[in-house]
Design a protein around this ligand. Structure first.
Ligand code: ATP
Ligand code: MG
Length: 404
């Protein structure tokens, strides 16, 4: 996969670099040709106006090899003067394409290969008033010599592009890999969640089914019947709680689309109401419940925050012992502390996982499903709050919710 991405990147880059170099060179060479012919034509025009070629001939002027070559050709094609040779007799030039063209149309152009490698000669010829033709020739680099000159730049661009493409491909791979990993993790979590939900629903439903069957058979005494009905009611209640928790979690799972309405909430006031509500439960468990602190106003969702405080208090009471304490304090954070059974180090991280219970049998007895702290974690996330849990087995647990 990685190799394939790298190779594709490379091919695209090599192709685009070559295409760009090829096209720009062609366009530039066309412009260059136009420019050279226009220069040559202006030059011949000046020569014609000043009668320069006649003066050069009279002075037998010979130019060096690398300059412009000027040739004067009579109407019959014989060479009257050539700036690069003192040879008195030269070939008849009447058949040279630019000369033929100039004779017929007034001016003529032609590009021919030079004997020197990679060089071209540009010819421009113009017919003068007396019927003779003045021709100038200029030697320049051919398109291949331009290509050769820019070859090192092309190579440099290719190497650079290659390095960039490898870098981008690597980044891409890391991204795809982590997305893939996350998708797998999510799929696994979902699968686990579904398996757990089915398992948790099965237990109370099996009880309900069993007890109701006994009642239906008519074999149960009146007293037994009442007991079975109570069991059915308890299990149905447990099912309702479970379903409520699951619904709440799946609703919050849709984050970041999940946006509950926020209002100004006093956490201290909310904790007071919770303590009031939980007092009878605490008394039933022989646990003392107390609250102190000051008002702490934050922007939040009342229902969710109530649920958060309720879950923390519920745990602190439930995983406690006769004569134990629960202290709730609100300062710049919410703290729920208990001197209950505590949680051993190895489970402290896991208690926020869905359906995780330290002591399954105890939890089951007290009706716990292991979703409370998972919900608390979600609610804290929705409110941008941090959760810290400190606990020691046999000594107690402290949970802090720090609102930012
Ligand atoms: P639920 O809250 O859904 O009714 P639960 O209480 O079992 O069920 P959580 O609130 O998520 O689920 O807690 C997970 C587990 O963490 C509990 O089963 C318990 O073992 C442990 N735990 C939570 N709070 C405390 C605490 N204050 N002291 C000791 N153990 C705790
Ligand atoms: Mg709980």
């Amino acid at each position: 996969m990685k190799k394939k991405i790298n190779l594709n990147f490379m091919l695209v880059i090599v192709f685009s670099v070559f295409l760009t170099v090829f096209l720009t060179t062609i366009v530039s060479y066309q412009l260059f040709k136009k420019e050279v012919f226009s220069d040559l034509s202006s030059f011949v025009e000046i020569m014609d106006d000043t009668d320069l070629v006649r003066q050069m001939k009279e002075n037998e002027f010979i130019r060096s090899r690398d300059g412009l070559r000027i040739t004067w050709i009579a109407g019959d094609g014989s060479v009257l003067y050539d700036s690069h040779t003192d040879h008195p007799v030269m070939d008849n030039h009447g058949d040279r394409p630019e000369v033929v063209q100039a004779m017929q149309q007034g001016e003529g152009f032609c590009i021919r290969k030079s004997q020197t490698m990679d060089q071209n000669i540009f010819f421009y010829a113009r017919k003068t008033e007396d019927g003779t033709v003045v021709r100038v020739a200029k030697e320049t680099g051919s398109i291949w010599s331009i290509y050769r000159n820019i070859f090192p730049v092309t190579l440099g661009m290719l190497v650079l592009s290659f390095l960039i493409s490898v870098w981008i491909a690597r980044k891409l791979m890391v991204m795809i890999h982590s997305q893939h990993e996350e998708a797998l993790k999510n799929a696994k979590l979902r699968q686990e969640f579904t398996a757990n939900v089915s398992h948790e629903l099965k237990t109370p439903l099996t009880s309900i089914s069993g007890y109701s069957e006994l009642i239906a058979s008519g074999m149960a005494s009146r007293k037994e019947g009442r007991h079975f009905a109570e069991e059915i009611h308890d299990n149905a209640q447990r099912l309702l709680t479970l379903i409520n928790d699951i619904l709440q979690l799946s609703e919050m799972d849709d984050a970041p689309d999940y946006k509950p309405s926020f209002e100004s909430i006093d956490i201290f006031e909310l904790a007071g109401r919770c303590v009031h509500m939980m007092k009878p439960v605490a008394e039933k468990h022989g646990v003392e419940l107390s609250l102190d602190g000051t008002s702490l106003c934050i922007q939040g969702n009342r229902g969710l925050l109530e649920e958060l405080i309720y879950n923390l208090c519920d745990n602190a009471i439930r995983y406690n012992r006769e004569g134990g304490h629960v202290w709730i304090s609100v300062t710049d954070q919410l703290v729920v502390r208990d001197d209950g059974i505590g949680i051993s180090k190895k489970y402290q991280k896991r208690v926020f996982e869905r359906f995780f219970r330290v002591d399954k049998s105890r939890s089951k007895k007290t009706g716990g499903t292991g979703l409370g702290l998972a919900i608390v974690k979600h609610i804290a996330e929705v409110h941008n709050a941090d959760i810290r849990l400190e606990s020691e087995e046999g000594t107690g647990t402290t949970v802090c919710v720090i609102f930012s």
